[in-house]
Design a protein around this ligand. Structure first.
Ligand SMILES: Nc1ncnc2c1ncn2[C@@H]1O[C@H](COP(=O)(O)OP(=O)(O)OP(=O)(O)O)[C@@H](O)[C@H]1O
Ligand SMILES: [Mg+2]
Length: 288
């Protein structure tokens, strides 16, 4: 399998404090790779570093053979990386449809999606800290200009993956349940047709049934469309079962890696992350 994403010796700092101390990690075409680790290990930092913010201090990140180490986030998105960030950041006053169409602003050049807008492109599928296009920020926005077949097909695909969102297409994002918002955040990240989807704790705070639905959707997306997925999860057991391979992170370093089932059987992983060890946070508890 060809390597899609590779990090070598990646170091990232927040001010004077180094959070990633030389991380090596690889995601191959068509793979689901799960990253587990205790709170504060550096998992979210790793995903954000791939997206260019915080920037890499040392080391190198390659994506599809291109060096993206110093690329701005919008250029990284254009190459085909999209992130549904930890904590579901959606536009609460926009409808489900409008939220999804905002995700399409980062679709690759040539795609008949809503007009690409570099300033709106972000690894978050959309726009944290970005002003939506005129007409989209009000309570009753008009659909984005230039909405063509590409976006329609992407919407159809999003609704196929999460049929519940289609039922709620006219409902404002802020009134969706937590699980529905999470589905919307993932669906929105997919609107830019990424080759690699970064998911930061998609099941955070969800009841078991919804966790299963989210995991099922991730598996289907990977199986049916071949989208590669780098998945950060506290539900270590389910996430490793789903994964082709996994990595364990502790204190800003990768400390273990292997096949999903290999890690599931590993006594250290079992003790620390699968049997109520220190790495596991009770479901529903918030994270940074
Ligand atoms: N914006 C920031 N400024 C300063 N330090 C930060 C910032 N974001 C994260 N850190 C620190 O970097 C370290 C790694 O944090 P990170 O959020 O990546 O951990 P995590 O593995 O995602 O944890 P969790 O499971 O709780 O989400 C922590 O010590 C955290 O306090
Ligand atoms: Mg985190």
């Amino acid at each position: 399998m060809t390597t899609l994403l590779s990090l070598s010796g990646v170091r990232t700092s927040y001010g004077n404090i180094e959070a990633l101390h030389g991380v090596d990690l690889e995601v191959r075409e068509g793979e689901i790779v799960t990253l587990i680790g205790a709170n504060g290990a550096g998992k979210s930092t790793l995903l954000m570093t791939v997206c260019g913010n915080p920037p890499v201090a040392h080391g190198q990140i390659l994506f599809a053979g291109r060096d993206i180490t110093r690329m701005p986030t919008h250029a990284i998105v254009r190459l085909g990386i999209s992130q549904a960030p930890e904590g579901r950041r959606i536009f609460p006053r926009m409808t489900v449809m409008e939220n999804l169409l905002m995700g399409a602003v980062a679709a690759p050049p040539g795609a008949k999606a809503p007009k690409p807008n570099d300033s709106a492109a972000s690894c978050e599928g959309t726009p944290s800290g970005v002003t939506p296009a005129p007409g989209l920020s009000s309570g009753r926005p008009a659909p984005p200009a230039g909405n063509g077949d590409g976006a329609a097909a992407d919407l159809e695909r999003a609704f196929r993956l999460f049929p519940l969102l289609e039922e709620r297409r006219e409902q404002s994002g802020g009134t969706l349940s937590g699980g529905e918002q999470q589905m919307l955040a993932i669906a929105r990240a997919l609107m830019s047709r990424p080759r690699l989807l970064l998911l930061d704790e998609p099941s955070l705070g969800l009841a078991p049934l919804l966790v299963r639905q989210i995991f099922d959707a991730i598996a289907r997306l990977n199986r049916d469309e071949g989208t590669a997925i780098l998945l950060v999860e506290q539900h270590a057991h389910q996430a490793l079962r789903l994964a082709h391979r996994g990595y364990v992170m502790a204190n800003g370093r990768i400390v273990l890696s292997g096949g999903g089932s290999e890690l599931l059987a590993n006594p250290e992983v079992r003790a620390a992350y699968l049997e109520g060890g220190v790495g596991v946070r009770p479901a529903g508890e918030g994270a940074s």
